[in-house]
Design a protein around this ligand. Structure first.
Ligand code: ASP
Length: 317
């Protein structure tokens, strides 16, 4: 039996300690993943997840999140959710209380309110300043009431693909967290404010099951960060699981998935995080040294683990 453990793409604010403590007390993988993710969502200094996340092009933070239970394959997800501090918890309620998998926009917010979440201002002074700097830089000083109109014509006139490519280099970030509990159940959670300054209504890979998140006790879990459109187009998370199901090692599966991204031959990149049912963990990236963080119920602190930087055509460990 594998020792219960939790992994994440980062370890800000002791998030893995929070999750490991839950596992230590006999909590479920889902409880651990949700609690660890919440700690990132409420961190205002993190501009890619939850509170303080950089807003969309109109200055509105829109969150994407998903959570998947590896035992039942039940899933909950929200996309373009506005005004709720913990998208991961709303996603969990979608899984637990609704017959659906994914709720979006105003419908997701309505559901959040109906199941008892309080709405919250997610813009912070800092994220508002970052947004304003962008708007002023891009549009000059425009009266507030005319901004929307200007932004619309800006989008129409601008070469949106070029602009988006520029953004994707600088404005990225998502948290992936996975855990295995004492019963051997696996859970995987993903939360993000998505691509900064995205078009309103743009949905990334994080809430799309099979793209940015997938989890199956019989095989393992996989999740992504980076340019979500790639992971959606290639079903990256599910593809990693498929490879492992067909006999690839976790490392081979992650490397293969990153090569698949390179094969698109487009600007931008993807990183992935994975675990297998034997408790092995791995991360890989098309664009940088890849690391992830691990903690089990006996660890005193989190351990940084090196993944694989899959360069175009060649691999470096
Ligand atoms: N994958 C996220 C998205 O496309 C953002 C990111 O991880 O950079 O929304």
């Amino acid at each position: 039996m594998v020792k219960p453990f939790i992994i994440g793409t980062r370890n800000s604010r002791e998030m893995l300690h929070i999750g490991a403590e839950i596992l230590r007390k006999g909590g479920t993988a889902m409880d651990a993943v949700e609690a660890a993710t919440r700690s990132v969502e409420e961190n205002p200094d993190d501009h890619s997840v939850g509170l303080g996340g950089i807003p969309n092009l109109l200055g509105v933070p829109q969150m994407d999140a998903s959570i998947m239970d590896g035992r039942t394959l039940r899933t909950g997800a929200v996309a373009a959710l506005e005004g709720y501090l913990h998208p991961i918890s709303v996603a969990r309620k979608v899984l637990e209380l609704s017959p659906h998998v994914l709720l979006v926009g105003p419908g997701a917010a309505l559901f959040a309110r109906a199941v008892g979440f309080e709405d919250t201002e997610l813009l912070t002074d800092e994220s508002r300043d970052i947004y304003k700097a962008f708007v002023e830089d891009a549009l000059g000083s425009i009266e507030d009431e005319r901004r929307r109109e200007y932004l619309v014509s800006y989008v129409e006139d601008y070469n949106l693909r070029d602009w988006y490519e520029k953004l994707s280099e600088e404005h990225w970030g998502t948290v992936n967290i996975m855990a295995m509990d004492a019963k051997g159940d696996i859970c995987s959670g993903v939360s993000t404010s998505g691509l900064s300054l995205k078009l309103p209504g743009r949905v990334g890979d994080s809430p799309i099951i099979g793209a940015g998140n997938y989890c199956d006790n019989r095989v393992g879990a996989a999740a992504c960060t980076g340019r979500g459109e790639f992971a959606i187009r290639l079903s990256t998370a599910r593809a990693i699981i498929n490879r492992m199901e067909n006999g690839a090692s976790i490392r081979e599966a992650c490397v293969w998935a990153m090569r698949d991204i390179h094969a698109l031959n487009e600007p931008g990149g993807i990183s992935c995080l994975a675990l297998d049912r034997n408790g092995n963990t791995m991360s890989a990236s098309t664009r940088r040294e890849s690391t992830h963080y691990y903690m089990d119920v006996d660890s005193e602190g989190s351990e940084e683990r090196l993944g694989v930087w899959v360069k175009n055509k060649e691999e470096r460990t």
